[in-house]
Design a protein around this ligand. Structure first.
Ligand SMILES: [Zn+2]
Length: 345
C-alpha cells in the first residue's frame, strides 16, 4: 500500500506525501526519488531508522516522524539542509548526536515531546534559526547555557522534566515570548529572567519555587502560571534576632568591595592579578536599602507585588513574592513597611 502511494507520488512528481498510520517498519527507499518533495508525513508507524536514500530529499522543509520507534535522532537528517519543521514527538529518543545538528542549520521548529532525553547537547547553539523548541515530557536534568545564544528563539517548552535550575544566561534569549517549565523540580528562577522584556507567557506551575527574582514585576507578562509551588505567604510570625557576627571572609569582602569602588583604590589596580578573588567578589549582592555591596546573602526578604494591579498580568495568584536582599540587621530594622523577612520553618 505504501509502495503504491510512493510510486504514484513519483509519477505525479509530488511535493507532499502522506504515509501516516500505515504500520510501516521501514520507509520505502523509493522515497529518495521524490527530490521535489517539500513535506513528508510518516507519523504513527513503527520506524526505528531511515533509509540512506532520504539524503536525496534536498527540498524537504517539513518532516513528521512522530509516534515511531526511534531511539536516537536519525543521522540521515543531517543531509536535509532545507528542513524547517521537524517532528520527532512520541519516540524513544535518548540521544541527539552533535553532528546531526550540523546539518539542521535551517530548522525553525523542533518537536521532541514525549521522548527519553536526559540532556540537550551544547551544540544546540548551531541551530541559529530555531524559533520554537519543544521538549516536554522527557527526562531532562539540565539546560545547557549554550542554548541561551539562540537569538531567534521565541518559544521554549520544557514542561514535565527533571530540571532543578535554569541557566543564569537565560537572560540572553531576548526574543523569548513563551517559557514553559511547568512540572519540574525548580527551586528558584535565575535573576537573568528579568532581562526577558519580550516574555509574555511564563508557566512555572508545579515546581519548588518560594520566591521570584527581584525584578520579576518589571517583566510585562500577560500570563503567569505558578500554582502548586510553595510560594511564601504574607503571614505574621514572631521572630527572635540573633546578634549579628559576620564571618572573617564576609568582613574582608565588604572592606574590599567598598574599597574597589574608589577609582584610585590600590586593590582595584591589583585585583586582576588574583583572578580567583576577583571571581568570588564578582558574585556580590547589593543591599536593597543602603545600596552597599556585600558578598554572601545575609538576609533574604520579600516584597509582595500585586500581580493584577502592578503587573497587569493574568494569573491565579494575587500576590507574587519577589526577592529583596539586605546587608545587615541594621538595614533590616530600618526597612520599609512593604519588605518582609522570610521565616525559616
Ligand atoms: Zn544595607
Amino acid at each position: 500500500m505504501a509502495d503504491v502511494l510512493v510510486l504514484r507520488a513519483i509519477r505525479g512528481n509530488a511535493r507532499t506525501l502522506n504515509l501516516n498510520s500505515k504500520k510501516l517498519q521501514q520507509m520505502p527507499g523509493a522515497v529518495g526519488r521524490l527530490t521535489q518533495l517539500t513535506s513528508l508525513q510518516i507519523k504513527n508507524n513503527l520506524l526505528c531508522q531511515l533509509p540512506p536514500e532520504v539524503a536525496a530529499l534536498s527540498n524537504l522543509t517539513v518532516l513528521n516522524l512522530g509516534n515511531n520507534n526511534f531511539e536516537r535522532v536519525p543521522q540521515e537528517l543531517k543531509y536535509l539542509h532545507s528542513l524547517q519543521t521537524l517532528h520527532l514527538f512520541g519516540n524513544k529518543i535518548s540521544e541527539i548526536s552533535s553532528d546531526v545538528l550540523d546539518g539542521l542549520e535551517n530548522v525553525i521548529f523542533i518537536n521532541l515531546n514525549n521522548n527519553r532525553l536526559e540532556h540537550i547537547p551544547p551544540e544546540i547553539k548551531k541551530l541559529q534559526h530555531l524559533e520554537k523548541l519543544s521538549i516536554n515530557h522527557n527526562l531532562l536534568k539540565d539546560v545547557p547555557k549554550e542554548l541561551c545564544v539562540l537569538q531567534n528563539l521565541r518559544e521554549l517548552h520544557l514542561g514535565n522534566n527533571q530540571l532543578e535550575t535554569l541557566p543564569e544566561q537565560i537572560g540572553f534569549l531576548t526574543n523569548l515570548k513563551e517559557l514553559h517549565v511547568y512540572r519540574n523540580n525548580l527551586i528558584g528562577l535565575p535573576e537573568g529572567l528579568c532581562r526577558l522584556r519580550k516574555l509574555r507567557i511564563l508557566d512555572v506551575a508545579g515546581n519548588q519555587i518560594q520566591s521570584f527574582p527581584s525584578c520579576m514585576h518589571e517583566v510585562p507578562l500577560q500570563e503567569l502560571y505558578c500554582e502548586e509551588n510553595p510560594l511564601l505567604k504574607k503571614e505574621p510570625v514572631i521572630a527572635i534576632q540573633d546578634r549579628e557576627i559576620l564571618s572573617l571572609k564576609e568582613m574582608s569582602a565588604r572592606i574590599i568591595l567598598s574599597d574597589v569602588q574608589d577609582r584610585d583604590s590600590l586593590i582595584r589596580q591589583q585585583i586582576h592579578h588574583y583572578p580567583e578573588a576577583k571571581a568570588i567578589l564578582s558574585t556580590r549582592n547589593i543591599c536593597a536599602l543602603c545600596g552597599k555591596w556585600f558578598l554572601d546573602m545575609w538576609l533574604e526578604c520579600v516584597k509582595f507585588v500585586d500581580v493584577k494591579k502592578k503587573m497587569k498580568t493574568s494569573s491565579n495568584v494575587q500576590l507574587l513574592p519577589v526577592k529583596i536582599l539586605l546587608c545587615s540587621y541594621t538595614c533590616f530594622n530600618q526597612r520599609q513597611s512593604d519588605m518582609f523577612g522570610v521565616a525559616v520553618q
